[in-house]
Ligand binder design. Structure first.
Ligand code: NDP
Ligand code: 2IT
Length: 450
């Protein structure tokens, strides 16, 4: 069949939407990749004839199950759990678990699809998956969270394994939840293996896994700025979120000499014009991670502004690191950031910018690192946690810091290889999509039709 006989991008997207009705986040994630990949494969018959993109955009399997547990009042509660195993061409399925009331099949399919390309960019042998539940951990006691995690793993355990599928944390799943999940896995299987990453250091967790995503997002920012002749030192940064990714991004930004003036949660954002220094960051981490409070308390504690129900993008700054959730930068937000002179955006969260916003950043020649490149540091250290568990060894913190820095530099280099435009601008979106695609596609071709 000649290339001209194959479907074009609009036909491909029409088919995807027809087969996955209403799954808007999934459509968005696939479109972003397909737009670049269609250009790249225009003259490469093998990728067309083997239907590679069509195959990657059809998850290997979507598992959905009932999770039944008892709350502190003795009421029976029912949630829906999922695991989307998108693609295991280059390694065991790998990706986080999200516990949030908004979780649905569309969101997990988008995340599992993205994860496939992100994991490929790390250079480590990991396929893509994502899972979670529409469980809301807010306001639940530790006992309720424990019983939920145990009920969730009681079904999930039959679908995961250290060489099959290795989950980790994401929104609403941190050290506490991973501990409960691993404890239940161990009880059900009578095995002690690296079936989850992000574990506590006392039971097989890796040094710097907690810091890795936020740090990596800043390393990507540093490399982009350096490539374009800018310096991070002295720049003002907006961060959204105040969870795992956001707080360690703030820590690394502080270490790099930038000033972070915002942080947020689902209730609004704080604006601290003097900067969230290390002391205030320690307060924020304790508030959000240990006390599970609302960010307004930070504003009260330090006498700064709290903007209820708003996101930080209205504040003028040089750098933006969206690190809360998907689609948190609307097209209007992107335009406001551009108008206020933003130089670079590094996405800590997964797909935090709407498609039209990404286009506006690109047209305005803003340096823009998409999530699959920028936040890959977390899953990269997860991959190294798997290696350490397999060999029953623990590497030193210094070794892992060096590895994380070099993995992020390598991702930056891959983006340059596939995303450099003739005018010198680097299209990191294109670079990441194509570099992530090639490895997975070539493995799939090697396997034949499976
Ligand atoms: P956490 O649960 O630790 O923190 C999430 C933060 O985002 C909280 O401040 C939360 O506010 C806020 N948030 C969550 N949902 C919404 C929403 N719908 N609207 C507004 N604010 C919201 O999660 P992580 O830091 O782990 O994850 C943040 C992002 O980073 C996600 O997109 C995740 O997929 C991505 N990511 C995470 C990795 C990791 O290693 N953890 C790796 C790569 C990407 P509140 O406290 O009020 O709920
Ligand atoms: O989106 C992500 O990369 C994560 N939530 C981390 C996945 C992992 O397996 O560490």
């Amino acid at each position: 069949m000649a290339i001209s006989d194959h479907v074009d991008l609009p036909q491909f997207m029409d088919g995807l939407k027809r087969r996955n009705p209403g799954e808007t986040e999934f459509h968005q994630a696939v479109y972003e990749v397909a737009a670049n990949v269609f250009d790249f494969i225009a003259d490469k018959e093998i990728y067309h004839s083997q239907q590679i993109l069509r195959r990657i955009a059809e998850p290997d399997r979507v598992i959905s199950f009932r999770v039944c547990w008892e709350d502190d009042q003795g009421n029976i509660r029912v949630n829906r759990g999922y695991r989307v195993q998108n693609n295991n061409s280059i390694g065991p399925y790998k990706g986080g678990l999200r516990f949030h009331p908004s979780v649905n099949q569309s969101i997990l399919k988008f995340l599992a699809f993205e994860q496939t390309f992100k994991n490929s960019l790390t250079g480590l042998p990991m396929g893509g998956a994502k899972g979670g539940a529409d469980f809301n951990p807010k306001g639940k006691s530790d006992g309720e969270v424990m019983r939920f995690c145990q009920a969730f793993m009681t079904e999930l355990y039959r679908h995961v394994g250290e060489d099959m599928d290795v989950p980790a944390g994401d929104i609403g799943v941190g050290a506490r939840e991973i501990g409960y999940l691993f404890g239940q896995w161990k009880r059900l299987t009578n095995k002690f293996t690296g079936v989850l990453t992000g574990k506590g250091r006392a039971f097989g967790g890796s040094p710097i896994r907690t810091e890795a995503t936020g740090y990596g997002t800043v390393y990507m920012l540093q490399d982009m700025l350096l490539q374009a002749g800018h310096d991070i030192e002295g720049k003002t940064a907006l961060v959204s979120g105040s969870g795992n990714v956001a707080t360690y991004a703030i820590e690394k930004l502080n270490q790099s000499g930038a000033k972070v003036v915002t942080a947020s949660d689902s209730t609004g954002f704080i604006y601290d014009p003097d900067g969230i220094d290390d002391e205030r960051l320690a307060y924020l981490m304790d508030l959000k991670t240990n006390r599970r409070g609302k960010i307004e308390e930070y504003a009260r504690e330090f006498g700064v502004e709290f903007h209820a129900g708003q996101r930080p993008w209205i504040v003028a700054a040089d750098l933006a690191l969206p690190s809360a959730t998907q689609n948190e930068i609307s097209q209007d937000d992107a335009r406001t950031l551009i108008k206020n002179g933003v130089v670079a955006v590094s996405e800590g969260a997964n797909m935090p910018t709407v498609q039209e916003g990404v286009q506006d950043f690109t047209e305005a020649r803003v340096l823009f690192a998409p999530s699959k490149a920028a936040n890959a540091g977390g899953v990269a250290i997860s991959g190294l946690e798997m290696s350490q568990n397999s060999t029953r060894m623990t590497w030193t913190e210094d070794e892992l810091q060096t590895q994380l820095r070099s993995i992020m530099a390598n991702i930056h280099a891959q983006c340059l290889e596939y995303g450099s435009a003739p005018d010198g601008y680097v299209d990191y979106v294109k670079g990441a999509n194509v570099a992530g695609f090639v490895k997975v596609a070539d493995a799939m071709i090697a396997y034949g039709v499976v």
